[in-house]
Design a protein around this ligand. Structure first.
Ligand code: NAD
Ligand code: UDP
Length: 324
């Protein structure tokens, strides 16, 4: 049997999705990238358009789609707080209907399907670092709930399609990831700080800056996602993927200022509601199952990301479209 697979990547034009498509195309697979371009643009996959084993479909995953595929990576969902809170009802629909449609497709095609879940399923965690066994502390009615609860419901659907319909599923919980092709106006901390530092603008610290996050470089993450998809079918996860190096937001700001040689000043802004106070993955499971752990330190990853930000023309990026 040929090792070339027909692979669908939903959200394939996004930050993580475009790198995943690139990797799969390089591996000679037949790749279908599906996206509605809500938080991305075609330029992310422009360099793949001329490849015979790459196809781009404009489609909204809240609607069913009929394709023949062997594998599906389900990444379609706005991921930055500003993006997913823009139209929270649509965000929930994207997670839940998107899961139902990709799982239905997988069931019909007998395809394997991986869900890009998130550390947000742990909410504002009381357990630190967070192992997969921790069930989380999520506010069901707050401004982040559309994303957190949508992703939790999607995990439930993945588990039930596996239990009841024998669909071959995988669930990874991704922690804060950064790197080239992040949307420069997504409002996430890494993109905001780099953009602000390069422009010499004030760096906006939300709250006192003592809250923590653990930042994983894009390439490490993609490697983890691919290993999970190719892993044994009796291990469906959920499995954490993230870099256990933990930094306060203030430390991140200072590092970005140093690496950009910027004169920007730190300014404080109000902390958004339900902003998790700390976050760090326990990655013992990924180490044990796949010998996976991140290779790129924050400093090194930031240098690469800053280099990319220096090359882009901000005028070519728009804020999320209001008419969808
Ligand atoms: P992104 O916003 O760059 O990518 C998401 C992609 O999905 C975009 O291209 C967007 O246009 C597309 N999309 C959104 N709604 C859609 C819809 N209804 N139909 C079709 N396409 C749609 O974000 P990202 O950081 O690349 O995240 C990719 C996935 O990984 C998301 O599911 C996200 O929840 C998950 N994730 C990311 C992080 C992170 O730190 N980057 C952390 C945890 C989980
Ligand atoms: N943050 C900040 N300044 C910014 C953007 C974000 O201090 O300009 C903080 C935010 O309040 C949160 C952390 O950085 O505590 C990470 O935010 P991000 O939106 O990147 O992702 P989250 O992990 O909260 O989903």
């Amino acid at each position: 049997m040929s090792s070339i697979k027909r692979i669908l990547v939903t959200g394939g034009a996004g930050f993580i999705g475009s790198h995943l498509c690139e990797r799969l195309v390089a591996g000679k697979h037949d790749v279908i990238c599906l996206d509605n371009f809500f938080t991305s643009q075609k330029t992310n996959v422009e360099h793949l358009l001329s490849k015979p084993n790459f196809e781009l479909i404009r489609h909204d995953i809240t609607q069913p789609i009929f394709l023949e595929v062997d594998e599906i990576f389900n990444l379609a969902c706005p991921a930055a707080p500003g993006h997913y809170q823009y139209n929270p009802i649509k965000t929930m629909k994207t997670s839940v209907l998107g899961a139902i449609h990709t799982l239905g497709l997988a069931k019909r095609c007998r395809a394997k399907v991986l869900q890009a879940s998130t550390s947000e399923v742990y909410g504002d965690p009381e357990v630190h670092p967070q192992p997969e066994s921790y069930r989380g502390a999520v506010n069901p009615v707050g401004p982040r709930s559309c994303y957190d609860e949508g992703k939790r419901a999607a995990e439930t659907l993945f588990a039930d399609y596996h239990r009841h319909n024998n669909v071959d599923v995988r669930i990874v919980r991704i922690f804060n990831t950064y790197g080239p092709r992040m949307h420069p106006f997504d409002g996430r901390v890494v993109s905001n700080f780099i953009r602000q530092a390069l422009a010499g603008e004030d760096i906006t610290i939300f709250g006192d800056g003592e809250q923590t996050r653990s930042f994983c470089y894009l390439n490490d993450l993609v490697e983890g996602i691919v290993r999970m998809m190719n892993g044994p079918s009796d291990f469906i996860g959920p499995m954490n993927l993230g870099n256990p190096g933990e930094f306060t937001i203030r430390e991140l700001a200072e590092l970005v200022i140093e690496l950009t040689d910027s004169r920007s000043k730190l300014v404080q802004r109000p902390l958004p509601a339900d902003d998790p106070t700390r976050r760090r993955p326990d990655i013992s499971l990924a180490k044990e199952k796949f010998d996976w752990e991140p290779q790129v330190e924050l400093r090194e990853g930031l240098i690469k990301t800053i280099d990319w930000f220096k090359t882009i023309n901000l005028e070519e990026y728009r804020a999320p479209t209001p008419n969808y």
